[in-house]
Write a new protein. Structure first.
Length: 95
């Protein structure tokens, strides 16, 4: 996939750090503020949205190009052809 400038793992990546802080803080706030069944339902719905889409992205070059372009401010170079960190974050939160 040419033309999309993504950060390398060794780069200081402020947009990605801010994304992680906001995402984890939001998940924590929802967990603390909502009843447990509701917060778990939201987490499952997020997982069911993002993780299958990430797998589908890897099998469809057109979708991969579109999503990589859309999320280029927070994606790393090594995530173009592998699962994004969001899949691991949401899976870990569910476990």
């Amino acid at each position: 996939m040419q033309g999309i400038d993504l950060k390398k793992r060794s780069d200081l990546h402020w947009a990605r750090k801010i994304w992680h802080v906001v995402a984890v803080s939001t998940m924590f706030a929802l967990y603390r503020l909502l009843p447990l069944p509701v917060s778990l339902l939201l987490l499952v719905l997020m997982w069911l949205t993002f993780v299958p889409l990430d797998y589908l992205r890897l099998s469809r070059p057109d979708l991969n190009r579109w999503i990589t372009n859309l999320f280029s401010p927070i994606m790393r170079e090594n995530e173009k052809e592998r699962l994004a960190g969001t899949a691991y974050l949401l899976t870990g939160a569910l476990i």
